[in-house]
Each structure stands twice: as structure tokens, then as C-alpha cells.
Design a protein around this ligand. Structure first.
Ligand code: FAD
Ligand code: SIN
Length: 566
């Protein structure tokens, strides 16, 4: 079966849906998404969206905070344009129907009560504070911001006639015409209809990857099951450049509980005064950074990791019990309820927490409009590397990035060329494949890969551990490839193949970065080396290497032709 459209969007998180909404003004859109349409990292976002909205705050301060977190690798143009566009993106979300807490309400109203009147009231938004931010600038909906944003975007997209959303459809690989003797152009994707077990060909004038992050590459993560780095793996296989994969952000505070393994305890708790304590109750963050609990995330995560390794403890404690009970319940209704469900009353007792893989700062290299080096292929949101985050993302900058670059890509694609006839591309070829009779290979490799990434390529790395990881990943990839060609493709198999590719890219970039910077810390090269203030770039067939120096303000004429190299 073959489908065609102007814009093929892969992924239905904040990036994919906000792009689809705008692109629908210019043509027909198909959004494919591998599970239900709302399932995404976006839906689980808690803290909120960073935007300068208070008179005492400034764009310069938000730029500076982003650059400090990014440890010298941010691309200044990407940072500036993102920060300046933030208020307009928040307004866009509100127009699309998203509700945010208002300062006049002073807190998050009961989940069931707020209606459109609250959402559209002309009052100032309530702003939270998070680590690394020098001002209150986090727009939020209680501590369930992502759920509200995703709800509003799904509703807005569903109301558009020229957007078709195909749920339970998983992109398998990009269709590049060079493979069939044509020009180096991306013409769409092969997509597995999961329920029918059939692979469909979908052609688009532009193909937009919005597939999100890859937390599932690690054993412990805050990410939901969909986060398997598919877009990055597909783009890499298609020959696109990928950058800075060594910078995986570990969120310092994931709930530590045997029944709930992936529940985030928002940084906003620390913004509102929560204290990190050892199991004996002593606070420790001041020993690691003058900003204590509000130090950049990499520093807090490493401090917790250090404390756990030093003491042998399986977790540390996050304590907000000194705040007023009503305040806690109003500002953090989701966290309060979830912890209570597992027997922890956060108004009375500290929360056991551990760091967990959270956000991928690297990704597919794009220019400042989301364009990749392959004509016809675009990438936005967490799967892209735009240069915004550098070596470490500032809290609550990623929902923002997803919207800003979706908007820029939609503008750049407004006049997409519809004049050419659709190219002839072969249908998906099942070859000699048969139904699998050995699914255990998938679960075994899945567990092994995620565990080795956690143990060898985690918060603190070493040359020896990276070498071990590389050897094992190569072996697993051999087995996975054999399995891939022998059996019919399934979602599980495709996800395994993709996380193995992402693991390989992380290890190759981490091995090549022989220094410590931002999120990449290695005991063998503990200092930052100014000669390495460059992106780590990797391309199929080309080993990871340092690209252009970054953090240099380019002349404006470079904005649209470079590939985000600053
Ligand atoms: P996603 O929202 O992850 O969407 C990706 C979509 O692609 C999904 O629909 C997925 O099913 C689909 N997909 C993936 N692969 C395929 C495929 N092969 N075929 C078809 N579909 C595919 N950031 C902030 O700025 N503020 C926060 O407060 C915040 N809190 C967070 C809390 C948690 C628990 C987590 C996990 C993340 C948080 N983040 C936060 C990060 C932020 O949520 C993500 O970076 C952001 O939502 C990514 O948006 P996206 O649209 O790029 O990807
Ligand atoms: C959080 O609420 O702590 C997550 C914020 C983010 O990841 O940006």
C-alpha cells in the first residue's frame, strides 16, 4: 500500500503535533505515531516550559543561564532565537487551548475544576523556579504540564481536516532515493502498521522526524516505552549527521520504589525549597556547589551518584516537609498523589530518589530551521541537535525547543515544492523473512543492552568501561542484524535495533570526547579541554570526530546555510 502527502510527520509529541498544526495551513499532513497519539515524552513532562514573562527577568538572563548549563557548546544563535521566541510559543499554546496556572490563582486549581475561563483569563502566569535558572520563568500546569499541553495539541490536531493521524504505525526506515539510483533526497518512510503486521510506503514532499528521545537505552529512565531513539537511528542509517550523543542527561530525582520505576520527581520541588539529604538526614548539596539543590542538573546528579557510591546507599532523600502542606498539595498535585499511592506522604516524609536517564542533548544535526543535510528530511524536538543545549540542557528548555523549531520548520516549508511527480520507489520487500519463533532473543538483548549502558556508559565513565561497552554492543548488533533479516519485523525488534544503534552512537561519541564537559564525565580525562570545545559529529561510515568550534556568534548570513555549527 502507498500513501502520499505534503508533510509526513513521524511522532506526535509537542514537536510533531505543533508542526502538524501549522503545516496544515499549507498542505496535507500525515502524522504517524507508534502507539496511541498522546503517548510521548511530552505527556509526562512535569516542571513546565521556560519563558521570560516577568518584568524583572530578561532574555539576556535566560540566554546566559542556558549557556552556563551548556558548558561552552551551545550555539549562540540557536539559544538567542529560542529564548526570544518563547513568549510567542506560550501564547500559541494558549490559543490552541492549553491551560497554565495563573499567578492570581497562586497555585494549581483542582484538576477537574479549571475550564477555559481560567485558561484564557488575561492575568499573569504563575512562574516556577528550577535549577540553573536565575529567575522564576517556568510556565506550568501544576506539575502535569506535559499532560495538559499534549491534551490541547491532540484536540487541536484532531479538529483539523487535512491532518490524518495514523496510530500504531511505526516508521521502520526512511526512503532515500539515492538508494534507488536517484538523487540524495528523502522521499518518505516505510511504516509498519503494527496491528496488521504490514509495512506501508508513505511518501511526503517533506519528511519531518519528531520521534523524541531515547531514554530506553538505559536500564533506569524517566522516559516512557516509546523513547527508543528511532528517528536518530533511522536518520543515521540514511546517512544524516548526528552530533553530541555522549551528552545524555540524567535527571537527579526519579522516585526510588520497587513498584514504580520511572516516575519523575520534578526539579520544581527543589525550586520551591526541597532539600537533598543523606539517609541519616544530613543535607549534602552545599558540599558540591554554592547553588546547592539548584546547581545545574549534571552537578546534582553526579553528587547523588557520588553519595550513593560512597555510602553504599541505594538512594538518597528529597525532603519538602518543611513547606506548608496546602502549598505542596496545590503546587505538586501529581507528585503528591503518585507518592501517596505507594505509601509516601510527601508532606510528612522525605521521598527516596535516584538519578535516571532523562534527556538526550545530542541528536540529528539540523540548521536553525530543522533542516538536515539530506534534502527533504527535517528533524525537530528531542531527536534533533540544534545547538540549543550544548553539553547540558537547562531545565524546561526542551518543550520550548520542540515548539520553536516546529514553528521555524513550518515557516520554512510553507512553499514546499509540489510540482514534481511522485518518485517510483519499491514496496517494502519481506525477502526470505518468516514469522519469528525465538522472541526470547529480543528480550534477552534488550535487557543486556540497557544494563550494560547503565553500568558502563552512565553518569561517570572511564575508557575501560567504554571499550567494554563497545565490544558488547557490536556483538549484540550482529545478533540483532541476523534476526532482522531472518524474521518479519515487529515493533519490539525494530525498537531493539534502534536502541542498539543509539547505544553505539553514544559510546562512539563518548570515547572520542577525551575530556569531561557538561554531562560527559570520565575519570580518565576529568578536566575540560578548551581544544575540545566543539561538537562531536558522527556519520555512517565516518568515525566520531570534532566538528566546527562552537559558541562563537556567527554573522547573520550564516543562519540558514550552516548546519547549526554556530
Ligand atoms: P516526544 O514527546 O517524546 O514524542 C515523540 C513521538 O514520536 C511519540 O509520539 C512517539 O510515539 C513517536 N515515535 C517515536 N518513534 C517513532 C517511530 N519509529 N514511528 C512512529 N512514531 C514514533 N522538558 C521540559 O522542557 N520541561 C519539563 O518539565 C519536562 N519534564 C519532563 C518529565 C519527564 C518525565 C520526561 C520523560 C521528560 C521531560 N521533559 C521536560 C523533556 C520533554 O518532555 C521532552 O524532551 C519533549 O517532550 C520531547 O518532545 P518531542 O515532541 O521531541 O518528543
Ligand atoms: C522536571 O520537572 O524536573 C523536568 C524538567 C525538565 O526536564 O526540563
Amino acid at each position: 500500500m502507498r500513501l502520499t502527502c505534503d508533510f509526513l510527520v513521524i511522532g506526535s509529541g509537542i514537536a510533531g503535533l505543533s508542526f502538524a498544526l501549522e503545516a496544515a495551513e499549507h498542505g496535507e499532513v500525515i502524522v504517524v505515531t507508534k502507539r496511541a497519539r498522546e503517548e510521548s515524552n511530552t505527556k509526562y513532562a512535569q516542571g513546565g516550559i521556560a519563558a521570560v514573562l516577568d518584568a524583572s527577568d530578561s532574555f539576556d538572563a535566560h540566554v546566559s543561564d542556558t549557556m552556563v548549563a551548556g558548558a561552552g557548546l551551545n550555539h549562540i544563535r540557536a539559544v538567542e532565537l529560542t529564548v526570544k521566541d518563547a513568549p510567542a510559543r506560550i501564547a500559541m499554546l494558549r490559543r490552541a487551548g492549553a491551560k497554565f496556572d495563573l499567578a492570581s490563582v497562586g497555585a494549581h486549581a483542582d484538576e477537574s475544576s479549571p475550564g477555559p475561563a481560567l485558561a484564557h483569563a488575561e492575568q499573569d502566569l504563575d512562574l516556577h523556579l528550577e535549577g540553573g535558572h536565575s529567575a522564576r520563568r517556568i510556565v506550568h500546569w501544576g506539575d502535569m504540564t506535559g499532560r495538559e499541553v499534549e491534551r490541547a495539541l491532540v484536540a487541536a490536531v484532531s479538529a483539523k481536516k487535512n491532518i490524518r493521524v495514523l496510530e500504531e504505525h511505526m516508521a521502520v526506515d526512511l526512503i532515500t532515493l539515492a538508494k534507488y539510483g536517484g538523487p540524495e533526497v528523502c522521499a518518505g518512510a516505510y511504516v509498519l502498521d503494527v496491528e496488521r503486521g504490514k509495512v506501508v510506503t508513505i511518501l511526503g514532499r517533506a519528511t519531518v522526524l519528531a520521534t523524541g528521545g531515547a531514554g530506553k537505552v538505559y536500564l533506569y529512565t524517566t522516559n516512557p516505552d516509546v523513547a527508543t531513539g528511532d528517528g536518530i537511528a533511522m536518520a543515521f542509517r540514511a546517512g544524516a549527521e548526528v552530533a553530541n550523543m555522549e551528552f545524555y542527561q540524567f535527571h537527579p530525582t526519579c522516585l526510588y520504589h520497587p513498584q514504580v520505576r520511572d516516575f519523575l520527581i520534578s526539579e520544581a520541588l527543589r525550586g520551591e525549597g526541597a532539600i537533598l539529604r543523606r539517609l541519616d538526614g544530613t543535607p549534602f548539596m552545599k558540599e558540591f556547589h554554592p547553588h546547592a539543590e539548584l546547581a545545574p542538573r549534571d552537578i546534582v546528579a553526579r553528587a547523588i551518584d557520588h553519595e550513593m557510591k560512597r555510602s553504599g546507599a541505594e538512594h538518597v532523600l528529597l525532603d519538602i516537609t518543611h513547606r506548608d502542606e496546602a502549598f505542596i498539595k496545590e503546587h505538586f498535585p501529581g507528585i503528591y498523589a503518585q507518592c501517596l499511592r505507594v505509601g509516601i506522604d510527601i508532606t510528612r516524609e522525605p521521598i527516596p530518589v535516584v538519578p535516571a536517564a532523562h534527556y538526550l542533548c545530542g541528536g540529528i544535526t539540523t540548521d536553525l530551521d530543522g533542516r538536515t543535510a539530506i534534502p527533504g528530511l527535517w528533524a525537530i524536538g528531542e531527536c534533533a541537535h540544534t545547538g540549543l543545549h550544548g553539553a547540558n540542557r537547562l531545565a524546561s528548555n526542551s518543550l520550548l525547543e520542540g515548539m520553536v523549531f516546529a514553528h521555524r520548520a513550518a515557516l520554512a516549508l510553507a512553499n514546499v515544492d509540489r510540482s514534481k511527480p511522485w518518485p517510483e520507489v519499491p514496496e517494502w520487500d519481506v525477502g526470505e523473512a518468516v514469522p519469528s519463533d525465538e522472541a526470547v532473543v529480543i528480550t534477552q538483548n534488550w535487557d543486556e543492552l540497557r544494563r550494560l549502558m547503565w553500568n558502563y556508559v552512565g553518569i561517570v565513565r572511564s575508557d575501560k568501561r567504554l571499550r567494554r561497552a563497545a565490544r558488547r554492543i557490536a556483538l549484540l548488533q550482529e545478533e540483532i542484524a541476523e534476526y532482522y533479516w531472518k524474521y518479519f519485523v515487529t515493533r519490539d525488534l525494530l525498537e531493539l535495533r534502534n536502541i542498539a544503534t543509539v547505544a553505539q552512537l553514544i559510546v562512539e561519541c563518548a570515547t572520542a570526547r577525551r575530556e569531561s564537559r557538561g554531562l560527559h564525565f570520565t575519570i580518565d580525562h576529568p578536566a575540560t579541554d578548551s581544544r575540545m570545545a566543539r561538537d562531536m559529529v558522527i556519520k555512517r561510515g565516518v568515525a566520531a570526530h570534532l566538528g566546527q568550534p562552537v559558541a562563537v556568534k556567527p554573522s547573520p548570513s550564516h543562519e540558514h546555510v550552516g548546519r547549526g555549527a554556530g
